[in-house]
Write a protein that binds this ligand. Structure first.
Ligand SMILES: [Zn+2]
Ligand SMILES: [Zn+2]
Length: 615
C-alpha cells in the first residue's frame, strides 16, 4: 500500500466512522437532581449509550468557554459511581485529577455523582434554596470521543418548588437538547424563580430572564434600556446574527450573594451582580452592552485560538485585545449612542482606557503579548507573587485604548467617512456571518493577519494597516490621543498640573507604613531602591503615619524638589535616600461643552457618539 492509497483508505475509514456515529446519534442524557438545594449540591446522572470504546474516558472540564484560564471543575465532584449496560456498578480508575475511566461496561455507561457549587457568576455552579445557576462545564461529565453526540438535559423540580429554566439550549419546560458538546458547554442555565421579558427587533427575538430582589417595574424599565442598547449594537453591524434557538437570552442574577461578572455565549449571556437595578443601573447596563456586543465579536467573529474551545486545557489567543478590548471600547460607546449616559460619563470611560496605556507596562508586553497572558490573569489563581502591575496591562483597557485610537484615526483620515463601525462590519461579513456548518462552531475564525488585512481593505491603505498593527498591536507605541480627541471637542489634559508626585504609592497603614504595591520604573521613587513591603519612617524629615501625612508633605513641594526619605527594608536596616519629585503625569478626558464647540467638532462628535438609525 502506497502512502497515497493508505491516506485515501484512512479518509474513507474516517468518513465511514463519522457516518456510523451520525447514524447512532443516541444523545448523552443528563439529569440534574436537587435533593437538598439548601446544602448547595446537586446529583447528576449522565447516561452514555452505544459506547464502542473498550475504555470510556470520562472528564470534568478544566476550562470554560470565554473564561480563558483553568478552573478544574473536578475539584467539587464526589460520591462518583459508574454503572455498566447491565446496571451493575463498575470500578473506575483515575488517569489524572480530572478524569474517570470505565472499562468492561458492555456498551453503555451511567455515571452518578454529586457536585457542590456556591458561586453565582459566569464560570461556576451555584445551588441553593433560591435557584440552581449552572455553567455546564462546572456541572457535566463528558466523554472523550463522543464530543459530536447530541445531549439531552432534564432538570428535576426540587420538592415544593416551581422553578423555571432559562437557557439557550433547545427545548422548553424542563427538557432541553444540545447538538454537540461544544454547544452544550456553551449553554448555561438558570433554574429558579425567573421573571422573563421579551422584545423583538425586526425578525430577531430577545428574552431577558431576571432573578433578583427588586420589583417588576424596575425590570420593565431596565429592559426598555436594554432594548435601546440592542438596537444601537444592531446598527453597528447592520443586523443581528441568526440566533439558533430562535432568540437571544440575557440571563441576569442580581442578588446580594452574587459575584460581579458577565460571560458571553453564542445565543445568551450570564450577568451577575450584588448590585440592584435601583442602585447601579448604569453599571449593569454597561455589562449588558459589553456582553451583547460579544454575540458578534468573539462568539461569531472568533479568534482562531479560541475555536473550538478545548475542555482539557486552556486555549491560547493572541487576539484578545480585539476580542475583549474592542468590546470594552464599544460598551460605554453604545450607552452613549443609546443616550443612556452623557458626554461627561463617556469622557470618564475614555480616561480609563487612555490612562491604562500611559504606564510602563506597555513597554514590556505588547497587546498581543498580554492576550497570551489571559490564562494566568483571567481568574487563574496561584499563590506566588507576580509583577504584573508594572508589566501587564489588561487586554480589556489595552485593547479598548487601541480601539479608541483606531476609531478616531479612521474618522480623522477620512473626515468621518470611515470608522471602526465599518471595520467591525467588515470583520463580521468576512468571518462571522458565514457561520458554521455545525451549530456551536465557527468555520472561519480569524488570525491577527486577517484582522490586519481587513483594516487594509476598510482603510483602502495597506501601509496604514501595517503601520498601525506594527506600532500599537505588536509594538509598544501609544497613539496621540490629545490630537485625536481634539477633533471631537474633547480635551486630554493633565489631571493635576504642577502637583509634586512620588509615584502612585499605596501605603498599608496596618503594618507600619509599608509600601503596599510594586514601585514602577517610571516613578521618582524607583531610583531610590524602595519597593513593595519597605516601611516608610520619615519623609522630608517628618514622621509619616497616614496617607494624609504623605499627601501633606507633597503639597508643600513642587516638581523638581528633592526630599529625603528614611525607610526600613526587609532586613530591618534603616536607610536614608533622596528622591527628586516629578509632576503628576495622570491625564483626563474632558468634554468641551455648549458654545465652546466649533461646528466641525459638533459634527464630528455627533457622527461618533450620536444615536444611529436602526433598520
Ligand atoms: Zn438565579
Ligand atoms: Zn468580554
Amino acid at each position: 500500500m502506497t502512502s497515497a492509497t493508505r491516506r485515501r483508505f484512512l479518509i474513507c475509514a474516517g468518513f465511514l466512522a463519522a457516518a456510523a456515529s451520525f447514524r447512532a446519534a443516541e444523545p448523552i442524557r443528563y439529569r440534574f437532581i436537587f435533593p437538598e438545594p439548601q446544602h448547595r449540591w446537586m446529583q447528576v446522572e449522565a447516561m452514555f449509550s452505544d459506547v464502542a470504546q473498550p475504555t470510556l474516558e470520562l472528564r470534568m472540564s478544566r476550562s470554560s468557554p470565554g473564561r480563558y484560564s483553568l478552573h478544574d471543575f473536578a475539584k467539587n465532584v464526589y460520591d462518583v459511581h459508574a454503572f455498566g449496560a447491565d446496571g451493575q456498578e463498575r470500578p473506575t480508575t483515575r488517569p489524572d485529577p480530572y478524569g474517570w475511566n470505565v472499562t468492561g461496561h458492555g456498551g453503555a455507561v451511567t455515571m452518578k455523582y454529586k457536585i457542590y457549587g456556591d458561586r453565582v457568576d459566569g464560570t461556576y455552579l451555584a445551588i441553593d434554596s433560591t435557584h440552581a445557576h449552572i455553567n455546564m462545564p462546572a456541572a457535566v461529565m463528558w466523554a472523550h470521543g463522543l464530543e459530536d453526540r447530541p445531549a439531552a438535559v432534564t432538570f428535576a423540580q426540587p420538592d415544593g418548588m416551581r422553578w423555571q429554566v432559562a437557557t439557550q439550549l433547545h427545548g422548553e419546560g424542563l427538557e432541553f437538547t444540545a447538538p454537540n458538546l461544544q454547544y452544550l458547554m456553551d449553554s448555561p442555565a438558570e433554574f429558579g424563580p425567573i421573571a422573563m421579558r421579551q422584545f423583538s427587533i425586526g425578525a430577531s427575538r430577545f428574552r431577558f430572564a431576571l432573578h433578583h430582589t427588586g420589583t417588576d417595574a424596575e425590570l420593565d424599565g431596565f429592559v426598555r434600556d436594554v432594548e435601546k442598547i440592542v438596537r444601537q449594537e444592531g446598527a453597528v453591524f447592520g443586523g443581528y446574527p441568526a440566533y439558533e434557538p430562535g432568540s437571544y437570552t440575557f440571563l441576569a442574577d442580581y442578588l446580594p450573594y452574587a459575584d460581579g461578572d458577565g460571560m458571553e455565549h453564542r445565543n445568551s449571556t450570564v450577568m451577575t451582580s450584588a448590585a440592584t437595578i435601583g442602585g447601579a443601573r448604569t453599571n449593569l447596563l454597561e455589562t449588558v452592552a459589553h456582553e451583547f456586543f460579544h454575540c458578534w465579536n468573539v462568539e461569531r467573529i472568533r479568534p482562531k485560538g479560541l475555536e473550538p474551545f478545548d475542555f482539557d486545557r486552556a486555549n491560547l489567543s493572541s487576539e484578545l485585545w480585539l476580542a475583549e478590548g474592542f468590546t470594552q471600547y464599544y460598551g460605554p460607546l453604545m450607552l452613549q449612542r443609546a443616550q443612556l449616559v452623557g458626554a461627561a460619563e463617556t469622557a470618564r470611560s475614555l480616561t480609563g482606557l487612555i490612562e491604562s496605556v500611559q504606564g510602563p507596562a506597555r513597554l514590556v508586553r505588547s497587546a498581543e503579548d498580554v492576550s497570551r497572558m489571559a490564562s494566568f490573569i483571567d481568574g487563574g489563581r496561584t499563590v506566588d507573587r507576580t509583577n504584573w502591575s508594572i508589566t501587564v496591562i489588561s487586554y480589556y483597557p489595552f485593547g479598548g485604548a487601541i480601539a479608541l485610537a483606531l476609531d478616531l484615526t479612521l474618522r480623522d483620515r477620512t473626515d468621518g467617512r470611515v470608522s471602526l463601525d465599518d471595520y467591525m462590519r467588515a470583520m463580521w461579513r468576512s468571518f462571522g456571518k458565514p457561520g458554521g456548518a455545525r451549530e456551536g462552531y465557527v468555520d472561519r475564525p480569524y488570525t491577527i493577519d486577517d484582522a490586519e488585512a481587513t483594516l487594509a481593505a476598510v482603510s483602502e491603505d495597506r501601509a496604514f494597516a501595517r503601520d498601525f498593527f506594527a506600532r500599537f498591536v505588536r509594538g509598544h507605541d501609544a497613539a496621540d490621543y490629545a490630537r485625536l480627541l481634539a477633533r471631537s471637542g474633547f480635551s486630554l489634559r493633565q489631571r493635576s498640573p504642577g502637583r509634586a508626585w512620588l509615584g502612585d504609592v499605596r501605603l498599608d497603614t496596618r503594618r507600619g507604613m509599608r509600601v503596599a504595591n510594586l514601585v514602577a520604573p517610571t516613578w521618582p521613587l524607583y531610583a531610590s531602591g524602595i519597593d513593595q513591603d519597605d516601611e516608610l519612617r520619615q519623609v522630608d524629615g517628618q514622621r509619616i503615619t497616614s496617607d494624609a501625612d504623605l499627601m501633606a508633605v507633597l503639597q508643600r513641594h513642587r516638581p523638581g524638589d528633592a526630599i529625603s526619605i528614611v525607610y526600613v527594608n526587609r532586613t530591618g536596616t534603616p536607610r536614608t535616600v533622596t528622591v527628586t519629585l516629578a509632576e503628576d503625569p495622570h491625564v483626563e478626558v474632558v468634554p468641551l461643552e455648549g458654545g465652546k464647540l466649533t461646528e466641525a467638532q459638533r459634527l464630528f462628535r455627533e457622527q461618533w457618539l450620536g444615536p444611529k438609525e436602526v433598520r
